[in-house]
Design a protein around this ligand. Structure first.
Ligand code: NAP
Length: 554
């Protein structure tokens, strides 16, 4: 580590200049703190800067994804489509940064490699890949839920002589027209790419391990900006009431015992509506009851069979290992129709596994395929992956990697015992993983800045949760998994990743009890004087020498 005497000390450092980091920086600067954002990328935007693959776009409504903390921004910014494409979202985030005038407080091309807590000084020391270092009293992570891409570990991956890359690193300006392209992976990313490029490439082969339940996006241009903006107050009120933080609220009638014709009429309407309504605005028991879920899954399976001409391909596209909505539902535009193009072929690698990547393409147990481009749409070491890339070392030299080896442990998804003054704003078990990201992070950022204000005012130098509150939060998180079907499927919601050693197993990553309950938990903490935290005053504030200063619980 470099000499700490030459290390710049900030009040707060935020790692990550995406949706969350931008807002946290704004709030801390507004409080008059010396705060800075550091990011490995070359510009702000986070996930919307990095995911530049063809077809990348929102599948939550543009305006429900946007920030709501600033009325002027809401009214000034015009979204062109109900589900904006990635370039527009990146422009939006750039506009927000400049509108707030916070760019001078952002440092780019700065990759954090380690963050160590200094117990004597009650501060964090950060090390960067370029050998430099920075220190701060408050460390905030806004490092993304899906920012650690993972590729398969097939033999031969580096030997491919054409272009090959993970979707997170899509090469700028890549010409894929009239090329022979392989896409491995059929999650939300793969589905968007396949739909977008199917009729532009000469040949597309999709290598599918397990299909996902997809539903129509139904995107369209926004025709009446004034009418949309007049609806914003009502929209925000509604978003504040739903478990998911979106505008879609479930139908509070059990579907299980309803006549099939009655529920199918509702499902036909939902299938025709834009966005996540079909997942989050469906009968509530679809995500709670296996039989209710099966009826709806059968309905969607019939839709797939109607849309795909070849019955054998249609069957391969229907998930058999999980029910609708128990994994993240990709929203699609003509995805299933892509398989009706004569140049597109679906290869089920459950039936004919990939044996290796060759210099010219992909060899399965059945055939040798040649490609110009191989796209790895194989997802991410989700939520904890970005934390594992930084060597976080807390009190007593404890490593976060070790603490989270079996399962992430947090309080409120925000703080971790043994890691004082570290705020994981968008980490495991936090508001942002279980519900619409921007509104969730807004409430967490607002709450965290209020807490920081409290710490400052009371001259508290160290703040971390009590062990009891961390344990109680685990019980709460587990309850969310137990009471819904969302814990039943293997996906990043349940911590699985076959491409990382030791992660092909269940972990409690997501807070499934809903945004209102999380906000209530946060509110209870602050209103009651933070009983779930262990706070230590500075020796001067408590009138004692540092050695004698007691640990105070407020
Ligand atoms: P993902 O959902 O994890 O999907 C990864 C895909 O790659 C799966 O089909 C997986 O198969 C396959 N795969 C992984 N390893 C493989 C291997 N070794 N061999 C063969 N296939 C392999 O990842 P993603 O599609 O990138 O999406 C991640 C999340 O990003 C989404 O759930 C969503 O939250 C977010 N996202 C959002 C948007 C949006 O807002 N519009 C768009 C894209 C993504 P298995 O299913 O068998 O594991």
């Amino acid at each position: 580590m470099s000499d700490q005497a030459t290390t710049t000390m900030h009040d707060a450092i935020i790692i990550g200049a995406g949706v969350c980091g931008i807002y946290m920086l704004h709030k801390l600067l507004e409080m008059g703190m010396d705060a800075t954002v550091v990011d490995a990328a070359e510009r702000p935007g986070g996930t919307w800067n990095k995911n530049r693959y063809p077809g990348a776009r929102f599948d939550s409504e543009s305006y429900t994804y946007a920030y709501s903390f600033n009325e002027e921004i809401m009214q000034e910014w015009d979204w062109s489509e109900h589900f904006a494409g990635q370039p527009e979202t990146l422009r939006y985030l750039t506009y927000v940064v400049d509108k707030l005038g916070i760019r001078d407080h952002m440092q780019f091309n700065r990759t954090v490699t380690a963050a160590r807590y200094d117990e004597d000084r009650c501060c964090w020391h950060l090390e960067f890949a370029d050998g430099q270092s920075l220190s701060c009293r408050y460390l905030c992570t806004a490092i993304g839920l899906l920012s650690a891409p993972t590729k398969p570990r097939y033999e031969g991956v580096p030997c491919f002589e054409g272009e090959s890359f993970h979707t997170y690193d899509w090469p700028e300006g890549l010409d894929y027209s009239n090329k022979r392209v392989a896409v491995i992976g059929t999650g939300a990313t793969g589905v968007q790419i396949i739909s977008e490029i199917a009729d532009k490439v000469s040949e597309l082969k999709v290598f599918q391990r397990r299909p996902n339940w997809c539903a129509p996006l139904k995107n369209s241009k926004i025709e009446d900006q004034a009418a949309l903006k007049a609806w914003y107050p009502e929209m925000l009120e509604k978003m504040g009431q739903t478990l998911s933080g979106f505008v879609h609220s479930p139908i509070l009638v059990p579907s299980k015992d309803l006549p099939l014709e009655e529920k199918e009429a509702v499902w036909e309407e939902l299938y025709d509506q834009p966005g996540f309504g079909i997942w989050l605005g469906n009968y509530y028991d679809i995500l709670l009851d296996e039989d209710a879920n099966q009826d709806f899954s059968d309905f969607i399976a019939r839709k797939i069979r109607q849309r795909v001409n070849d019955p054998a391909t249609a069957e391969k596209l229907i998930p058999k290992d999980h029910g609708f909505g128990t994994r993240r539902v990709p929203l699609e535009t003509r995805y299933f129709e892509a398989y009706n193009n004569p140049n597109v072929e679906l290869i089920d690698i459950g039936e004919t596994p990939i044996e290796r990547i060759t210099p010219t393409g992909i060899k399965t147990s059945e055939a040798d395929y040649e490609f110009d481009i191989i796209v790895y749409a194989t997802g991410f070491d989700a939520i904890t992956g970005a934390f594992d890339h930084i060597d976080f070392v807390g009190r007593g030299g404890e490593k976060l990697r070790d603490k989270w080896e079996c399962d992430p442990l947090t309080y409120l998804g925000l703080q971790i015992v043994g890691f004082p003054n570290l705020f994981s704003l968008a980490g495991p078990q936090s508001a942002s993983v279980g519900s619409n990201f921007p509104p969730a992070i807004q409430s967490v950022v607002d709450w965290t800045t209020e807490l920081v204000g409290y710490l400052e005012k009371n001259k508290i130098v160290s703040c971390e949760p009590t062990l009891a509150s961390e344990q109680a939060w685990q019980a709460d998180v587990k309850m969310g998994y137990d009471k819904t079907l969302l814990g039943n499927a293997k996906s990043w919601f349940t911590g699985y990743n076959s491409n990382v050693d030791g992660l092909d197993r269940f972990r409690h990553m997501v807070y499934f009890n809903g945004a209102p309950k999380l906000r209530e938990s946060l509110g209870n903490e602050s209103e009651n004087g933070y009983p779930g935290f262990r706070m230590e005053k500075s020796p001067e504030a408590s009138g004692q020498s540092k050695e004698d200063a007691p640990v105070e619980a407020f």
